[in-house]
Every structure is written in C-alpha cells, then in structure tokens.
Write a protein that binds this ligand. Sequence first.
Ligand code: AMP
Length: 306
Amino acid sequence: MSLVVIGTVAFDAIETPFGKTDKIVGGAATYASLAASYFYDKVKIVGVVGDDFHKEDIEEIKAHGIDVEGLQIKEGEKSFFWSGKYHNDMNSRDTLITDLNVLADFDPIIPSSYQDCEYLLLGNLSPQVQKTTIERLNKRPKLIVLDTMNFWMDIALDDLLETLKLVDVLTINDAEARQLSGEYSLVKAANKILQMGPKYLIIKKGEHGALLFHENKVFSAPALPLAEVFDPTGAGDTFAGGFVGYLAKVGTVNFNNMKNAIIYGSALASFCVEKFGTEKIKNLSTDEVAQRIEQFVQLSSFTIEK
Ligand code: AMP
C-alpha cells in the first residue's frame, strides 16, 4: 500500500521582507512528499522536471525514502518555474512569473509499482492532469485529496469542476474558497463547495489556522503564533502532505482522524515557513515534530469552570 503524491516539482524564486532567493527547489509535490515522509514510509511521487533539475536535488528527495520512479526527466526541456513576492502581510502574495515549461504538455505516467496506491494526493497542478491520474489508477484509492489554487480556477475552471466530482477532500485557502463559490461567508462557501463533489473541505487561513467542514460538522484548528514568518511558500502543500501522511499512517479515514491530521499538517506547515523554501522541512527530527504537535495540543486546550 502506498501514498502517491502528484504535483509540481519546480524551481522557485521568492522574495519576502526578509530576503530574496535565486532559483531554489520547490513545487507542490516536493513540499507535500517531504512532509508526508515524516509520518509514512511509502510515499511515491508523480511529476516532471527538465534536464536543468539537478541530480543532487532528486537525491535529496530520495533520501527521505520517497520513490521517484514516477518523476519524468525531459531532456532538452526546462522545469516548471514560479516566482512570487510577499509583502509585510504574508497572507497574500503576488505571483510574478508562472512558466509552465515541461508542465505545458505533462502526461503523467503511473509506474505499475504505484498501482498499490491507497492514498492519493493530487497536489497543485492542472485539473486535467489531476483527473487523468485518477483514471490511470486501476483501483480507486481509499482516499483522494485535491489541492489547487486560484491560477487553475482562472484558466481551467470547467476541468476543475469535473475533477472535483471525483475527490473526497478539497484543500484551498479562504480567498480561493470565496472565488470558487462566489460567497464571502466561509460557511456559505463551504456549503456550496460540498455540493460540488468533495465530502470534506479544508479551508486554510494562513496564520489564522484552518477549518474542516464535513456534512453539518465543522472543526477549527489553530495556527501556531510565530514571531517570524520567514517564507510562506509551500506551506499549503506541506500542510496537505502532513495531513495525508498522517491519515495513511493511521489507516482509517473518519472525521476524528481528519481533525488530528489537520493538526499534523498544521504542525509541519509551521516549520515550513520558518526558513526559505524546503530548507526547514528537509531536516526535521522526529523529536522536533513530536514537540511541535504537543505545542498545538497546548495552544487551544482549556477547561470550562462551572
Ligand atoms: P503554496 O505556497 O503552498 O501555494 O505552494 C507554492 C509552491 O507551488 C511553489 O513551490 C510553486 O512552485 C508551486 N506553484 C506555484 N504556482 C503553481 C501552479 N499554478 N501550479 C502548480 N504549482 C504551483
């Protein structure tokens, strides 16, 4: 049994009030698979890079026990490139460049060794490719989680709506939930989005935590108040990877486990933003992760005096 993660494996150039990076390794699948690897040991990537991607960077991903057989390397082509700039309010950012490059005609190949997929994370990528991935699995996974962003709502809304009918969980941020539903209230937005296909909806609210909606239930998870948010890039993907990685580890999908999974995802995302790119989430110890989870437990634990 395995957890298959599909998404971009990319180069990013990031600017925040704390500094600027040249091209560094990023991409939704990179962040998500690294995060998932802290909880589950059978994580497999599907993606594509150009021949400008360094062998050592792929080795670093493999060093986390992540299977890269499904990562295609296109000779003579360039990797997906994204550039973004954050201002003092790190909850919003400007995308400066999105160069699809190898992604423009990406045809996801699912190696036969990936057909044991039980948990599928459709990381941020074209909804058409996300759908094709589901179709190319011989057996429907036990859980399909889809992450997306405004970019795809802007250019491929119909494809996205088709793909949403096939998934169990959708993770998006608050602005994207409003865009997708046309509702400002997140409760109304959630009600509408839950009619579009997913049984569970997670709305990420950056430094204000995340909300999980399912039927008529809602769960609110905090975000850890941090003195310094260095670089929020990849926090959403890291969240999704930690979330599914934890569910794959426990092996049972229900509302209660989803609540815990959101805390695990939030804990990993809180590490992600502490350094540029994948620097922090590449090098975590199990003790650090366990302590961070405990901080989350303490953060909103209280008893009511009667
Ligand atoms: P997040 O901050 O969680 O939204 O993820 C940022 C990561 O997503 C970066 O590493 C980018 O390479 C990647 N990314 C940015 N735009 C897109 C896009 N349109 N499709 C897929 N991945 C993207």
